[in-house]
Design a protein around this ligand. Structure first.
Ligand code: NAI
Ligand code: MG
Length: 483
């Protein structure tokens, strides 16, 4: 596939240059909307990661690491402006690469620009403190970059995750090595090209595509990396944390969830309905913060199932470029994972199903959205992350039971509560075990300003917002004895 943003789709971006991977080999990428070959990307490995980490170290110890914060901010602002100018081209790359409907892909590109804008403005506003201490001392703190940061990201929201992770790392003066997912490298490579055009110094951002067990493992196990951030599956997250332990480096993990929306009988259902459904089917449910469980107070359970079912029946699924409600899943492999879960749905009642468009290519990775009415909150499908367009509606009797079910999985990423009762809103906000709680909404439009991250198997550490800057820096306390 040709794009002015991809001068060399089959290469790595290291030290400001497009370089062939040491292996000399490539990975074939298919378009999940059709199953047809799309592009060849570099099969990076340990040697390329070595080169990328060395380039990042040189940048950190050179001009990039010494650059005043305001100047770093200006560069990020220029990157953001270039991303904004290229929203359409980025959206089309993403749509073809991962099957994301064009409007949703465009929103990701706009969010990436907004992340750059937000972090550009934060660069020179991260400050230390002076600490009152003993007579004769002056004590203050400095926030310093870690050095070289490693970023291993997934395929579901590459642009948004680059924004929140690489954006925050760069603004605080780190030099980054990014390993995008093998299913979704194109917008990461395009971002490197745009950052280069915007004047980001060589080595400040390096991108090494490749397989997780090769390039990813080489990066997470590399002794020259000072901080790791990872978004992806729980099993790989555990591997990353173990790899980080070997070198005792800090790690931020975002590992998905089983996020509930709790609907009380007094809720404004008309306002809630679009959120209840969209939060489950956005990006075909391949969203870490997808709301896969809808908990409803018993007296309105049948009504919510019926109204959600009507919306599901109208959902249409088809090629990304047709821009319907739902695209294909990212790959045939992901379709197999989701169908594997659907095969375990004994004991659940199918309330409704969307339709796959008649002209959707047979080779595409399509799964029609499915809504289940579920009485048992401990059912496997109500506990595991499915990562497909599948939601369960579960009844509850009262606030205590709602809380127990909402908190009754191993995850804790996002939760919401729909009620007009202000006191209940405040109680639920405290009781729900999650990194973000939404009251009478879900997702708050994605807000780049809003700190985000999980508890339990959803991971730890916070990205997004100003809070992310603390994670991407290390604190130094300076105590001067001057008498
Ligand atoms: P994954 O966790 O294998 O992939 C995420 C990233 O980790 C990719 O860049 C991959 O190359 C890398 N990776 C894989 N193995 C690695 C290793 N041994 N060392 C270092 N890096 C490695 O996720 P996958 O296989 O793409 O999806 C499987 C499931 O994971 C999904 O069905 C979903 O449940 C979950 N997932 C959750 C995401 C989230 O946003 N929290 C994103 C993607 C997947
Ligand atoms: Mg995997």
């Amino acid at each position: 596939m040709q794009s002015p943003l991809l001068p060399h789709p089959d290469r790595c971006f290291i030290a400001g240059d497009w370089v062939k991977p040491a292996s000399g080999t490539t990975i074939a990428v298919t378009d999940p909307s059709t199953g047809a070959p799309l592009v060849e990307i570099a099969k990076g490995g340990a040697n390329d990661i070595d080169a990328a980490v060395a380039a990042a170290r040189a940048a950190f110890e050179g001009d990039w690491g010494r650059m005043p914060a305001a100047e770093r901010g200006r560069i990020l602002a220029r990157i953001g402006a270039l991303v904004q100018e290229n929203v359409e081209a980025l959206a089309e790359l993403e749509a073809r690469d991962v099957g994301k409907p064009l409007t949703q892909a465009r929103n990701d590109a706009i969010a990436l620009a907004r992340y750059m804008e937000f972090y550009a403005g934060s660069a020179d506003k991260l400050m230390g403190e002076t600490i009152p201490y003993l007579e004769g001392y002056t004590v203050y703190t400095l926030r310093e970059a870690h050095g070289v940061t490693g970023h291993i990201i997934p395929w579901n929201y590459p642009m948004q995750i680059i924004g929140r992770s690489v954006g925050a790392a760069l603004t605080t003066g780190n030099a980054c090595v990014l390993k995008p997912a093998e299913e979704a490298c194109l917008t990461a490579l395009a971002f490197a090209e745009l950052a280069h055009r915007a004047g980001l110094p060589a080595g400040a951002l390096n991108v090494v595509p490749g397989l997780g067990e090769e390039a990813g493992a080489a990066l997470s196990g590399h002794g020259g990396v000072d901080h790791l951030s990872f978004t992806g599956s729980v099993p790989v997250g555990k591997l990353i944390q173990k790899a980080a332990a070997d070198h005792v480096v800090p790690v931020t993990l975002e590992l998905g969830g089983k996020s509930p929306q709790v609907v009380f009988a007094d809720a404004d259902l008309d306002a809630a309905l679009p959120f209840l459904v969209n939060a489950g089917i956005q990006n075909a449910g391949q969203t870490c913060s997808a709301s896969s469980r809808i908990l409803v107070e018993a007296s309105r359970y049948a009504e919510v199932v019926e109204k959600m079912a009507a919306r599901y029946a109208a959902l249409r699924c088809g090629p990304a470029m047709d821009d319907l409600d739902v695209g294909p899943l990212v790959s045939a492999a992901q379709k197999e994972i989701v169908e594997g879960f659907l095969n375990l749905s004994d004991g659940l009642e199918v309330a409704a199903q969307g339709t796959i468009a008649d002209d959707a290519p047979a080779g595409g990775a399509y799964v029609a959205p499915r809504l289940f009415a579920a009485k048992d909150p401990s059912h496997r499908l109500a506990q595991d992350e499915i990562f497909g367009p599948v939601q369960l509606v579960i009844p509850f009797a009262d606030e205590d039971e709602a809380t127990a079910i909402a908190n009754g999985t191993d995850f804790g990423l996002v939760a919401s509560c729909w009620t007009r009762d202000g006191a209940r809103q405040m109680r639920m906000a405290r009781k729900l075990r999650a990194g973000q709680v939404f009251l009478n909404n879900y997702g708050a439009g994605g807000g780049v300003e809003l700190p985000f991250g999980g508890r339990g198997l959803s991971g730890h550490g916070r990205e997004k917002g100003f809070e992310a800057l603390y994670g991407f820096t290390t604190l130094k306390t300076v105590a001067a004895l001057h008498g």
